[in-house]
Design a protein around this ligand. Structure first.
Ligand code: ADP
Ligand code: GN1
Ligand code: MG
Length: 374
C-alpha cells in the first residue's frame, strides 16, 4: 500500500467513524466531498438503509461559538417547521428546511478526539444549487427563495437567536480592520492591488450607509439568513422552483438588507464570483428585476417605505463589502476564506469591486426597477 493510499484510507475511516455517530444503525456505503463552500468542509454520506445526509465539519476559526450556532439553527428550523404546518404555499410548490440530525447521545453535534466540530443535516433531495445564475427564471426563483425564508420567520423575535458572529456585515468594522492593516503592514504594489486600494479609499461614505440607517432607526433588526448567495438556495431538479435555503450557520439578528444586497450581488453577476475575467464582470439589471420580483411576491406585505428606500444601497454595499473582506483576507495571508492559490482572494476582490462599479453605473436603471415593482 502506498503512503498516499494509506492516508486516503485513514481519512475515509475517520469520516466513517464520525458519520456513524449520527447514523449508528446503518453501514456507511459512501462518503463524498460535496459542494463548493468557502468556509466549512461538507460531505455527502450514503448509509445502506437510510436516506443520504450532509455531514459538515464546522470551521471553528470563523464560528468560534459553534454550540451557539447549532442552537440558533435548531431554534430556527423548529420554528419554520411549526410555521409551515399552517402556511399556504403556492399551488404545486414544496418548501422545506434542512433539519439537524442528532447523535446517538441526542446531541446536535459531535466533537471528535482531535477537537474538530461536526454536525449532520437532512439532505434536500431532488434539488441542486448553482454557483452561477442560469437564466431569468432562476433569478426569479432565487428571489422567491429568499423571500419565502424571510416571510416564514418574519414574526420570530430577534431575541430568540444569539449573535454568533459579531460584526458580520457591519461594514464599518471591516473597514476599521482594513485601515489598521494598511497602516501597519507594508503593502506590495501591483496594478491590481493599487486598483483595490484606490477603489476603497475613493468611497469613504459607502461603508456606513446601512449602519447609519440602523442607528437612525430607519431600519430595524430582524432574523436574517446572513449568507443568501445563489448556491445556498436549492432548486427543484424537475420544476426548477426554489425549494429550500441551506447553509444556516449565519442565521442571526441583522438587517434584511444584508440578505437582499448579498442575494442580488451574487445573482446579478452572470460570470459568477470565481471568474478570472474580472474586467468583464457586470451587474445585470434584468436579473435584478427578476430576483426582486420573486422576492417581493412573498414579502411585500411586511416591507416598509424605508425598506424599499435602502434596497439599492444594500446591493452596492454588499458587493463592496465582500470585495473589502476578500482583499483584506488576501493582505492578511488568507486566514478566513478557503483558497486554492495565494492570489485567490485578490482575484475574488477584483470581481466584487468591478461588480460594485457596474452597480454604480446602473444606479438609475436599478432605482427605476425598484420603483416599478413596489
Ligand atoms: P459552506 O458554509 O461551506 O458554504 P454549505 O452549508 O453551503 O457550506 O454546504 C456546501 C454545499 O453542500 C452547498 O452549496 C450544497 O451544494 C450542499 N449542501 C449543503 N447542505 C445541504 C443540504 N441540507 N441538502 C442538500 N445539499 C446541501
Ligand atoms: C462565505 O460559506 P459560504 O461559501 O456560503 C461567507 C459569506 C460570503 C461568501 C462569498 C460565514 O460563504 O459571507 O459572502 O463566502 N460566509 C461567511 O462566497 O463568512
Ligand atoms: Mg454555502
Amino acid at each position: 500500500m502506498t503512503d498516499n493510499f494509506k492516508t486516503i484510507n485513514q481519512t475515509f475511516n475517520r469520516l466513517v467513524a464520525v458519520a456513524c455517530q449520527f447514523e449508528p444503525n446503518s453501514q456507511i456505503v459512501d462518503i463524498q466531498q460535496y459542494g463548493s463552500g468557502n468556509i466549512n468542509s461538507t460531505y455527502l454520506v450514503t448509509p445502506d438503509t437510510q436516506p443520504p445526509f450532509i455531514l459538515q465539519r464546522l470551521n471553528t476559526t470563523v464560528f468560534c461559538q459553534p454550540k451557539l450556532v447549532m442552537n440558533n439553527i435548531c431554534i430556527l428550523s423548529d420554528y419554520v417547521i411549526r410555521r409551515l404546518k399552517n402556511f399556504e404555499i403556492g399551488q404545486n410548490r414544496r418548501w422545506s428546511i434542512p433539519q439537524v440530525l442528532l447523535t446517538s447521545q441526542q446531541q446536535n453535534h459531535y466533537i471528535a478526539e482531535d477537537n474538530s466540530f461536526w454536525r449532520a443535516m437532512s439532505f434536500i433531495d431532488r434539488a441542486q444549487s448553482f454557483d452561477t445564475i442560469q437564466n431569468i427564471q432562476h433569478g426569479q426563483e432565487i428571489g422567491y427563495g429568499l423571500g419565502m425564508f424571510h416571510r416564514l420567520i418574519d414574526n420570530l423575535p430577534v431575541e430568540q437567536l444569539a449573535d454568533t458572529l459579531e460584526g458580520f456585515h457591519i461594514t464599518p468594522q471591516y473597514l476599521q480592520h482594513y485601515d489598521r492593516l494598511v497602516a501597519t503592514q507594508k503593502i506590495a504594489s501591483s496594478p491590481e492591488i493599487n486598483y483595490c486600494l484606490k477603489f476603497i479609499s475613493d468611497r469613504p461614505n459607502l461603508p456606513h450607509v446601512l449602519e447609519n440607517a440602523k442607528a437612525a432607526k430607519k431600519l430595524k433588526l430582524r432574523i436574517i439568513h446572513g449568507d443568501p448567495k445563489i448556491n445556498n438556495i436549492m432548486i427543484d431538479c424537475l420544476t426548477n422552483q426554489a425549494v429550500a435555503m441551506i447553509d444556516l450557520d449565519t442565521v442571526k439578528p441583522g438587517l434584511i438588507h444584508y440578505d437582499i444586497g448579498d442575494c442580488l450581488r451574487s445573482g446579478c453577476n452572470r460570470l459568477g464570483e470565481e471568474t478570472h475575467d474580472w474586467e468583464q464582470v457586470t451587474f445585470e439589471p434584468e436579473l435584478a428585476q427578476a430576483i426582486l420580483r420573486g422576492y417581493l411576491e412573498v414579502t411585500q406585505d411586511f416591507l416598509t417605505e424605508n425598506d424599499y428606500k435602502y434596497i439599492y444601497d444594500s446591493i452596492r454595499l454588499l458587493a463592496f463589502e465582500l470585495g473589502l473582506r476578500f482583499f483584506t483576507d488576501y493582505l492578511e495571508g488568507n486566514v478566513y476564506f478557503k483558497v486554492n492559490y495565494a492570489e485567490h482572494n485578490l482575484a475574488r476582490a477584483l470581481v466584487q469591486f468591478k461588480l460594485t462599479e457596474s452597480i454604480e453605473m446602473r444606479s438609475t436603471a436599478v432605482h427605476q426597477i425598484i420603483d416599478e415593482l413596489r
